[in-house]
Design a protein. Sequence first.
Length: 154
Amino acid sequence: MAQYLEAIRQIIEPIINQQHYRLYELNERSESGMLVIEILVDADLPITLDQIVLLTELISPALDQADVIPHAYTLDVGTAGAEKRIDVSALAHYLGHYVHLTLSETIDGQNAITGTLIEADQDKVQLSYFVKGRPKKTIVALTQISSSRLAVKI
């Protein structure tokens, strides 16, 4: 991580929090030889494009004034997305959401389960899902989950 990313974080996090969002991820990347500073935000409710524009208009001048980025750059502010990664330890915050769990060991012959998160505590989660049109529920220990993300129900 570039040393200036931590300085950027210190500048943008209060702005993001003041607007009732959370900093989800802060990255730098190169696009066509140009430095891109990518800021991804998250919130409990969906974030609109107008809200992203407003947030960009608040962050951009703060970064310009602080002058912590040593190169010319493009600022890219966006959301974590509809299928954002979820830290396994934070699954309890997503009760009622449709999630995809990648398992570190198979359960009922499956390496992954996608369903509605109906219960969660510090050790395990319970999902409701369908197999060949039949409803199922299963309990998965957090230690059996290698990764998790929100899923889009189609």
